[in-house]
Design a protein around this ligand. Sequence first.
Ligand SMILES: [Zn+2]
Length: 439
Amino acid sequence: MPRAQGDQFLITLAYALQRGIQFVYQVEEGEVAVELIGQGEQQRLLLWEAAEGGTGVWERMVREPDSFAAIAREALRVCHFDPASGSEEPKWIGECAVACYDCLLSYSNQPHHPRIDRHLIRDFLLDLTHSEVVAGPETDPPGDHFERLLKMVDPASPLEREFLLYLREHGLRPPNTAQNRPSHDVAVQPDFYCERGGRPGICVFIDGAVHQEPEQAEHDRRVRDELEDHGFRIIAITGGQFAAGIRPNWDVFGGLPEEPKTDDVAVTASSTIEELLRRGESETLEFKSSLRLGVSSGTVEPVVEKSILKTVSAFLNSYKGGTLIIGVEDNGNILGCEYDFSAIGKKQDLDGYELHLRNLLNREFGSDSAPLVEIALHAIDYKHVCEVRVGPGRRPYTLIEQGKDGQKKQQLYIRTGNQTVTLGMEEALRYFADRWTGN
Ligand SMILES: [Zn+2]
């Protein structure tokens, strides 16, 4: 997509897909929300179910192979284009130049009206309706495609083969190809590659034990960062933990059934968390010992909770987001969520812990932050640690703090290196302009 019209394209596409979903799945405008997240090349569309309790639309979209094609056809029709040919419906020529209240404009998207132009997305939507035919059973039965991929994988890597067999066994979507080199500029061959309608695609790495060696891990990180800088999306699946790697990437592979839950709290396998712990703190990774209790005092210290909030706000304000792990001391010692149980109210268990944390974050950052913050509890060493994955926010998230002079001040925190720092007024304004207004 051309850079200059980047966000006009995405904004328009967001509303067109929203309308398409409304029509195909018979839901109200307010039940499917759209947001743009990220910046520049990294900018992505986030569509989410805003209806309380959900509408079941996403499950259906993921399971029905032609769902996107149907949504794209409906979106074209909404935009006054013929869904098959893409030609403009004659009765709208001269009636609707770029957008009108009969197609993409609504009272709720008024702030975006100047950026909505239905002509920008026509070709993309047409591709989307067409892509179904390419993947359809007439031209390429999924079975044959799997066979072809199985012949392409590195014979020295049994994990790649196992990954394909896992996808096939669970009725998931196969990648488009294997062992290709997606970018001339980056010397790396991902194990698998998924195309994304002409844009830089998705690189899938199936990492075996050798990738945990420090030198290899450092090399992996460098080339994958480079790929990301070129607009590619990276999915790394480690140690044969296929379900854990596939589940958050349901938009690529399709959905897996829900994981069995322990105590109604999602407790996932500990291998990925162990890897995070090994990696150590960085710009996008931070460890905190506890949620409420001071480690040496064993009593509630407001500064402890405050430092959790500072870190989460800094990740929300950053370009990439980041991950906070609570229950781990700086030296790597696992203190566990259990350490805070006595200080979280009546329900002194994992459920109560997650609820307390979720309420704390919602109260501080507002409910629009909720879709950006994922909380997962992981069993490790007979205890649990809490992983808080934070995506980049669409607006600044400030904290109100009392200064040394007793005055309340609004503070903007950001990440720099492995530190969370507050910005002075002038720096904050510069950061704001660069991060949220694109100036
Ligand atoms: Zn119109």
